[in-house]
Design a protein around this ligand. Structure first.
Ligand code: IDP
Ligand code: MG
Length: 140
């Protein structure tokens, strides 16, 4: 059975370009319930841990610098089949490959600065939600 929770971050480029509310609006109007929400700046240590799976990639240092250069919005989301449904809503990693109508097609400028994060599995969604939220900050 698929879990009904996923995790997202609105990345610093989205905040800098004034896209926080348009993106949150797209998320809500696509049927996701926001069950936890936080506006914060990640430390370098947090960003390195969050993206540790990519630590051997050539873009890792740029990714950590990008993700820590300004605030992000972190959110836990609830919907049936949430992980897959949210990956569909955000579109491909590279906005040039993303479908029309997806968040990344609409708001992302490049493969690196691509507006939003979305969990890639139920297991990672739970790990990422607990990375950013205590249980008393989640309202499901
Ligand atoms: P995803 O966010 O679509 O799941 P991942 O492959 O998990 O994509 O990569 C995590 C993040 O690392 C991407 O969202 C993007 O910000 C960055 N990234 C991935 N591939 C590249 C690349 O080839 N160049 C620059 N940045 C990249
Ligand atoms: Mg990923």
């Amino acid at each position: 059975m698929n879990s009904n929770r996923t995790f997202t971050m609105l990345k610093p480029d989205s905040i800098e370009q004034g896209n926080m509310l348009p993106i949150l609006n797209m998320i809500e109007s696509s049927g996701f319930k926001i069950i936890a929400l936080k506006y914060k700046r990640m430390s370098r240590d947090e960003a390195e841990k969050f993206y540790s799976i990519h630590s051997d990639k050539p873009f890792f240092n740029d990714l950590v610098s990008f993700m820590t250069r300004g605030p992000i919005v972190a959110a836990a989301l609830e919907k049936d089949n949430a992980v897959e449904a949210f990956r569909t809503l955000i579109g491909s990693t590279d906005p040039n490959d993303a479908e029309e109508g997806t968040i990344r097609k609409k708001f992302a400028k490049s493969k690196g600065e691509n507006a939003v994060h979305g969990s890639d599995s139920d297991e990672n969604a739970e790990i990422e939600i607990s990375f950013h939220f205590n249980t008393d900050e989640i309202f499901s």
